[in-house]
Design a protein around this ligand. Structure first.
Ligand SMILES: Cc1cc2nc3c(=O)[nH]c(=O)nc-3n(C[C@H](O)[C@H](O)[C@H](O)COP(=O)(O)OP(=O)(O)OC[C@H]3O[C@@H](n4cnc5c(N)ncnc54)[C@H](O)[C@@H]3O)c2cc1C
Length: 376
């Protein structure tokens, strides 16, 4: 029997789409290459919009241990400034979030095939789709949602990343003094060639997630110790935070090739591209999860309304273009040495800059959920 919808990738976007479709009575099969969710390179900041969408999907982030965040702190060179966040926010490890999403998809009746990787996607003779899995078997469906995140399927690649971004993530147990200083804060730290974020997550851990253009990596290439030492030298605020901290992973997680600013232009009939396969916003906005949820919701609505995938993809692109371009301009600003020098000073004088930037670089949502309903 042919499945009605095949979802490739069981991260945020894939799970969200599969839950929504299954709840509308559609027959859905989701293929995820990992057997169980693992830690992922991600700052794990959940914006107000992400919290709203997760709430609507039935995910209670508070019960998963999400940590409420209410202010943002920007640090560069020897200066730091802070401002309240203009929306409710929280942080939660991706392992916990993805586990909850997979469980919700299962409960909604989605047929899950975890531990199977999709190797190829091709057209069938009757204009449907065929996915070939790593064990050589195939799955067919008239409609596919492509949600493989940063991983491209052969034949459906996004453009290469000219800056050759490299991203690292490490969990730390901070000293009691530094952990207390970080309470309720999402900190953004600037240094030449990139930026990093540190914030508390559940179980008393702090997540340090940072990106840097390859040409700015210190000699020693991808060695984490060298990069960490350089970041602390360039941003003494980070050195202070990590004073007495204990790393909690044996080695950091790392990824390369992040096509920031990408928005998919076109697609083929019956192929809805969502999450990072639809758009990749600069990480400092902390809005990628929200975009994954938003694009999944829009694609499901389009599919249920029989809107052809190419029409959906073009509409999504025009709707997201302004925020994406603003986020890119802001990201270029953060990477400018003059801006790095004056930004924290400006923020002390006018903390509203941070609130305005945060609002402008966010994808607008329809529903309204009060902070109290999301994080108790
Ligand atoms: C450095 C960095 C920091 C970030 N920080 C934040 C942040 O703080 N807040 C925020 O909101 N966003 C952040 N993001 C962005 C966010 O992580 C992504 O936008 C979001 O995870 C995209 O969701 P997705 O569902 O598209 O992809 P993912 O959540 O990555 O899911 C894709 C899934 O597809 C599976 N998959 C891949 N290939 C295959 C295959 N061939 N077959 C089967 N399954 C496959 C993968 O295993 C994975 O589970 C950050 C990104 C980076 C790079």
């Amino acid at each position: 029997m042919k499945d009605e919808v095949l979802i490739l990738g069981g991260g945020v976007a894939g799970c969200a789409a599969s839950i929504a479709l299954a709840r509308k009575g559609r027959r859905v099969t989701l293929i995820e290459r990992e057997t169980t969710p693992r830690h992922k390179v991600c700052g794990e900041f959940l914006s107000g919009e992400a919290l709203e969408d997760l709430h609507a999907l039935g995910i209670d982030v508070a019960s998963l241990g999400a940590v409420p965040l209410d202010h943002v702190r920007l640090a560069a060179a020897h200066r730091a400034a802070e401002a309240p966040l203009p929306f409710p926010a929280a942080s939660l490890t991706r392992k916990a979030l993805d586990t909850a999403l997979i469980a919700e998809a299962h409960a909604a009746g989605v047929r899950m095939e975890c531990g199977r990787s999709v190797q190829a996607l091709s057209r069938t003779a009757n204009n449907g789709w065929q996915a070939t899995l790593d064990d050589g078997t195939t799955r067919e469906a008239p409609v596919v949602f492509l949600a493989t995140g940063k991983h491209d399927l052969r034949g459906y690649s996004r453009p290469t990343d000219p800056h050759k971004w490299v991203a690292f993530k490490m969990y730390f147990k901070l000293s009691p003094t530094q952990a207390a200083e970080l309470t309720g804060a999402s900190e953004l730290m600037l240094y030449p060639g990139g930026y990093g974020g540190i914030q508390p997550v559940e179980d008393g851990m702090a997540n340090l997630c940072c990106v840097i253009q390859h040409k700015h990596l210190p000699s020693g290439g991808h060695r984490w110790e060298n990069f960490l030492a350089k970041m602390q030298k360039d941003c003494p605020h980070l050195a202070m935070r990590l004073d007495g901290a204990v790393p909690l992973l044996e080695k950091p997680l790392a990824i390369t090739h992040i096509p920031y600013g990408y928005i998919r232009r076109t697609t083929e009939d019956g192929l809805y591209c969502i999450g990072d396969q639809a758009a990749v916003i600069p990480s400092f906005t902390g809005d990628g999860i929200s975009i994954a949820l938003h694009t999944a919701r829009c694609a499901v609505t389009a599919y249920l309304a029989a809107e052809p995938a190419p029409v959906f993809q073009a509409k999504l692109r025009s709707a997201m273009l302004p925020q994406m371009r603003l986020a890119e301009i802001a990201a270029d600003g953060l990477n400018n040495s003059f801006a790095r020098a004056v930004l924290p000073f400006c923020l002390r004088v006018w903390p509203g800059v941070m609130r305005v930037t945060a609002k402008l670089t966010r994808i607008t949502q329809q529903g309204v959920v009060t902070p109290q309903t999301v994080i108790s």
